[in-house]
Design a protein around this ligand. Structure first.
Ligand code: ZN
Length: 298
């Protein structure tokens, strides 16, 4: 080999080396972008899986795995690649998944596949603070999910002048009506002392509840409703009602589904079904009275 040829040889090696480097960079950019996209897609799917499972945690592990697996399949995940862990004691649903991704440019460099993985955990817990409450104080009894209860009674039912109405952020019937129709815009927290709104409040109750029922455009029922349905009322749970305008203490929060119009005059009640419901508020360790929050913790 003469001097010239050997130089040409090294030039060829350098050119080849540069090409491999450029291809490698291209593979990092193009396949890396695709892997990033596939990982993000897998993370979204696994997040949806744990959230769906967490929503039915109160129904037991079988309901959780059924709901979680349905969402996994709907998101294109293979159940073989999904690991699900359910802890009803701690209120946690955890899932992880892996997915093989076909590579493009990196194939030239002998890498045809890569694996992406995702992990998610949802925590179901009590709520210590919430906005948008209906101005109704409900005295706790052992409510059963799906059963009908009076969450405001009529004056015909006796009582010491309080029929369940609360004065939130002000007093009077117009304030009560707006809070009942749209939810009280301020925060309420467990331990807060609030005032009752004495009197039957027949007309404002009727207007607000009719407004809520008419505003639902989804044909919601108590066992199948959209998350923001106007027929869902979140109410403070209290331990007793005083005589006349007086103080009550919030001990928790509960959710009711109201799709019945109220009675008239002295028979003006609000009747709703106690529901297992979810809201996003301030997380707290307080007992949940059926109203809980779910958040992604991983
Ligand atoms: Zn609705």
């Amino acid at each position: 080999m003469n001097e010239k040829n050997s130089q040409r040889g090294s030039v060829t090696v350098i050119v080849l080396g540069a090409m491999v480097a450029i291809l490698g960079l291209g593979a990092i950019v193009i396949d890396g972008g695709m892997l990033y996209y596939e990982q993000a897609k897998l993370q979204t799917a696994v997040d949806s899986v744990v959230l769906a499972g967490a929503r039915v945690l109160h129904e037991g592990p079988l309901a959780v795995s059924t709901a979680a697996e349905n969402v996994a399949i709907a998101n294109g995940l293979s159940l073989l690649d999904l690991q699900l862990s359910i802890n009803t004691a701690t209120g946690k649903v955890t899932a992880s998944a892996v997915k093989q991704v076909e590579l493009g440019l990196a194939k030239i460099l002998n890498h045809s596949q890569a694996e992406v993985g995702a992990l998610a955990e949802a925590q179901v817990g009590g709520i210590s603070g919430l906005k948008g409450m209906a101005p109704l104080g409900v005295i706790w009894q052992e409510f059963l999910f799906g059963q009908l209860y009076d969450i405001k009674v009529g004056a015909g039912d006796g009582g010491g002048g309080n029929y369940g109405a609360l004065a939130l952020g002000g007093t009077g019937s117009a304030n009560y009506r707006d809070n009942l129709r749209y939810g009280y815009p301020g925060w309420l927290r467990v331990g807060d002392i609030i005032m009752t709104e004495p009197g039957n409040m027949s007309n404002p109750t009727k207007l607000a509840i009719e407004g809520r029922i008419d505003a639902c455009q989804h044909g919601c029922t108590f066992d199948r409703y959209v998350a923001s349905c106007s027929k869902v009322l979140f109410v403070p749970v209290i331990n007793s009602l005083p005589n006349g305008r007086g103080e009550v203490t919030i001990i928790g929060f509960a959710g009711f589904f109201v799709d019945d119009y109220t009675g008239q005059g002295n028979q003006n009640y609000i009747r709703g079904r106690f529901i297992q419901s979810f809201a996003s508020g301030e997380a707290g360790a307080s007992s949940s009275y059926g109203l809980t929050m779910i958040k992604l913790t991983r």
